[in-house]
Design a protein around this ligand. Structure first.
Ligand code: DON
Length: 311
């Protein structure tokens, strides 16, 4: 593979041109009405290299709802606070089921398969809440993301959070079902409100690529020499993203792209090339399992051009 960093901007420009010329396929997420308001035909991509250089193309500086990508950050916060104790409350196996499925919870006594399905992320929100209000927890989550992205402007889109709350019957069912096993430490409604809020954080591709850099460099934020997590934990977060980051589409993503990645129904995907780069792509139209249609295609093209697949 003859790829050099000097080629990267050209590669990103070419991929952007190629994918945006394709006939529109996939639908925006409509079950959260506020997400359906977004112009579906946008596309952005940003790459942050391990040394901090940033390359981008398309709508890489447009804010979008990070949705389930936020689950990587809340899981990281939980690991920093409670270490391996979090595995008492969530598993680390792919579910093979849709992100909002309830079926395994009954058989598995309310313990979600992994921290990235909705039930798992709601459990993580309960774990890190520690008796505080949703606003207090959100302050901590926002501060963590602002620190790793080196950007104090990152905010929550309250309209999206309200929209999720209004149509959140499925998530409320998951939470109450888990609470029925006596597993919750905080009021279910508070945990749900915190969960809806962290899913409603808005970021650009550029901000997301920067925020993921600690997963590229063994847990280290090289720009300031701070260890966000240990090397072992960074490796484990990447393995969770590889196995569970795309729900029942995780196998397909590994097959086509070959990178640890985490998707969100806002159309974003954050991916990690260990030791080399982090990538964020965004395009709101989703495939049948809720992952960005053009985002996945662009990542597939990028790993083919760069040889960046981990396999
Ligand atoms: O709870 C939900 O359904 C959304 N806030 C997050 C789901 C999501 O992003 C799934 N990702 N592809």
């Amino acid at each position: 593979m003859t790829f050099t960093v000097e080629d990267l901007q050209t590669i990103l420009d070419e991929i952007t041109l190629a994918v945006t010329a394709l006939p529109a396929e996939g639908e925006v997420a409509c079950y959260i009405p506020q997400l359906a308001e977004v112009d579906p035909d946008q596309f952005g991509i940003a790459v942050a290299l391990a040394d901090g250089q940033i390359f981008h193309a398309g709508d890489a500086q447009t804010l979008f709802s990070i949705q389930s990508i936020s689950k990587v950050f809340t899981t990281t916060i939980a690991l920093r606070k409670f270490g391996d104790d979090i595995w008492k409350r969530v598993g680390r196996e792919p579910s093979g089921d849709p992100f909002n499925s309830i079926v395994q919870l009954e058989m598995e006594c309310g313990k979600p398969r992994n921290p990235f399905i909705n039930a798992g992320a709601i459990t993580i929100a309960d774990t890190i809440m520690e008796g505080r209000t949703p606003d207090e927890l959100m302050e901590e989550i926002l501060q963590f993301i602002r620190e790793i992205a080196h950007d104090d402007s990152i905010q929550i889109d309250k309209k999206v959070a309200e929209s999720e709350l209004k149509t959140g019957d499925r998530n409320a069912s998951l939470a109450h079902f888990m609470a029925s096993f006596g597993l919750f430490e905080n009021a279910v409604d508070d945990v749900l409100w915190a969960y809806f809020n962290h899913c409603s954080i808005t970021m650009t591709c550029e901000q997301l690529a920067k925020a993921a850099l600690f997963l590229v460099s063994d847990g280290l934020d090289k720009s300031c020499g701070v260890n966000v997590v240990s090397e072992k934990r960074a490796r484990r977060i990447n393995s969770l993203m590889m196995m569970c980051g795309h729900y029942d589409g995780s196998g397909e993503f590994a097959f086509r792209v070959g990178l640890p990645g985490k998707s969100g129904v806002g159309g974003g995907i954050m991916a990690v090339v260990p030791g080399k780069a982090s990538i964020a792509v965004w395009s709101p139209r989703l495939d049948k399992v809720g992952n960005s249609y053009l985002g996945t295609l662009a990542l597939e093209m990028l790993t083919q051009r760069t040889g960046w697949s981990v396999f």
